[in-house]
Design a protein around this ligand. Structure first.
Ligand SMILES: Cc1cc2nc3c(=O)[nH]c(=O)nc-3n(C[C@H](O)[C@H](O)[C@H](O)COP(=O)(O)OP(=O)(O)OC[C@H]3O[C@@H](n4cnc5c(N)ncnc54)[C@H](O)[C@@H]3O)c2cc1C
Length: 418
């Protein structure tokens, strides 16, 4: 049980409303770095914070720090389009992502924080015969691997998404629906884990950039930071698009390419779309947020980059894709556009595990799809760090697969973007 200084509940809300909201405390402390920790997590995104939480909760570690160069959730965890699903092809992937989805199903209760998890379904469209064949295979694979899936005829797709273009240039030939898929509020997931980790004694240190490592005889013994040297025997890295840079600081390379991935949100509309829709042929996916905005995601920008803003041609292609699917959205205005730097592996499968440096572990390569993996990734990474052995669910995701050739090529299951 996590002991919160103040539990969030209908009663505490009512009491505070009557008292003029004077009793709320900051959800986590702004900790100062200590000179030594048992474990250090680099990156205050969802994965770093969830890992710290499970290290404290499940494995009993108390002396842990999360070091974040900016503010928590300022990376991809606060920039994504919030889709949660487990519709992958290979057994290893489905087993892991479905585990993460199950953790999402109980997350608000686990963290005593409303992460606004909404299982409104997630539907992929097929626009040609090959796409139909692929969706059939995916549906069968998902069912065989224990996930939920429905293969839908064009008629069934249109019955569930009434606003779709009646005569699109790319015909809608089938759909693959995962009813348990949906979305969660991204910053709530980050803040929920941060609050719960803090309640278990984890130091969350913002504005603290890691600039190097102390390594002796192949074993990590410290991290160098913009706020001084911190001694520690175990370091977990969860920095998404910056993973290659951190690996280079430790003296090795990762098979990762970093790209900008863009997203957009429109002005609020009345409720008009109650599922998440993904169209590989037009290169876009769309859902409607609780505030009414259309949340639109696109393909990767076309060339590798660390520029966290994205560029115009991709944005234009996304707008064209949305209007192709829903011509009635053509006069809807975009309110905001942004991008995050995503860490793409060649086989579209993450890396969670050990590295050539003893005591240094990496959690990366989630590319365009690591938000859904936050609870599962944090849980399994914590196990891996605590036991110096991979959790069975992430054992296939080790770096070793690039030596053995046992790649898990999830390019089709990964979505539209990688
Ligand atoms: C536009 C967009 C849409 C997406 N849509 C989805 C989606 O719908 N569903 C889905 O599942 N996934 C989606 N993703 C992917 C998902 O957001 C990421 O895979 C996931 O958030 C990665 O979480 P993380 O904690 O590993 O990284 P991040 O949240 O990026 O956190 C890493 C943190 O590390 C910090 N950092 C970096 N370098 C250092 C350093 N040297 N020292 C200290 N701190 C450092 C950064 O500041 C950052 O805060 C999307 C991504 C983007 C960009």
């Amino acid at each position: 049980m996590v002991k919160f200084s103040k539990k969030y509940s209908a009663l505490s809300l009512a009491v505070e409303a009557l008292r003029g909201h004077v009793g709320w405390k900051p959800a986590w402390r702004n900790a100062e770095p200590k000179r030594q920790y048992d474990m250090v997590l680099i990156g205050g995104g969802g994965h770093g914070l969830a890992t710290a939480y499970y290290l404290a909760k499940v494995h009993g570690y108390k002396n842990i720090a999360v070091l974040e160069k900016g503010w928590i959730g300022g990376g991809n965890s606060g920039r994504n389009t919030t889709i949660v699903r487990s519709n992958y092809f290979f057994p290893e992937s489905t087993a892991f992502y479905d585990f993460s989805l199950k953790l999402y199903e109980g997350l608000s209760r686990e963290l005593n924080y409303n992460v606004m998890f909404s299982q409104r379904g997630m539907m992929m469209l097929a626009h040609d015969r090959h796409g139909v064949e692929m969706l059939r295979r995916s549906a069968n694979a998902m069912l065989l691997n224990g996930a939920d899936a429905e293969f839908l005829s064009p008629h069934e797709v249109r019955a569930r998404v009434p606003g779709l273009n009646p005569s699109p240039r790319f015909p809608i030939m089938a759909g693959l629906n995962q009813p348990r898929g949906g979305s969660a509020r991204h910053d709530a997931v980050v803040w929920g884990y941060a609050r719960a980790a803090d309640a278990l004694g984890v130091d969350i240190i913002q504005g603290c950039e890691v600039t190097g490592f102390g390594i002796e005889n192949g074993q990590v013994n410290a991290v160098e930071t913009s706020r001084g040297r911190i001694e520690t025997g175990k370091v977990g890295v969860a920095v998404a698009g910056h993973s290659s840079m951190i690996a280079q600081m430790a003296g090795f390379n990762l098979p990762i390419i970093s790209y900008a991935l863009q997203a957009y949100v429109s002005e609020p509309l009345k409720p008009c779309l109650d599922t998440v829709l993904l169209s590989p042929a037009t290169g876009v996916y769309v859902s409607q947020s609780d505030k009414g905005g259309l949340v639109i995601g696109s393909s990767l920008d076309l060339y590798p980059s660390y520029a966290q803003r994205g560029n115009l041609p991709t944005m234009e292609a996304s707008a064209a894709g949305i209007v192709e699917l829903f011509p009635q959205f053509s006069r809807v205005k975009f309110l905001r556009q942004w991008a995050g730097i995503v860490d793409v592996m060649h086989d579209s499968t993450p890396v969670v595990g050990k590295t050539p440096v003893k005591g240094l572990y990496f959690n990366c390569g989630w590319g365009t799809g690591g938000f859904k993996a936050i609870p599962g990734g944090g849980y399994c990474f914590a196990h891996t760090m605590a036991n110096d052995e991979p959790h069975p669910l992430v054992a296939p995701f080790s770096l070793k697969r690039f030596e053995t050739g046992r790649l898990i090529d999830e390019a089709a299951g990964a979505g539209i973007a990688h």
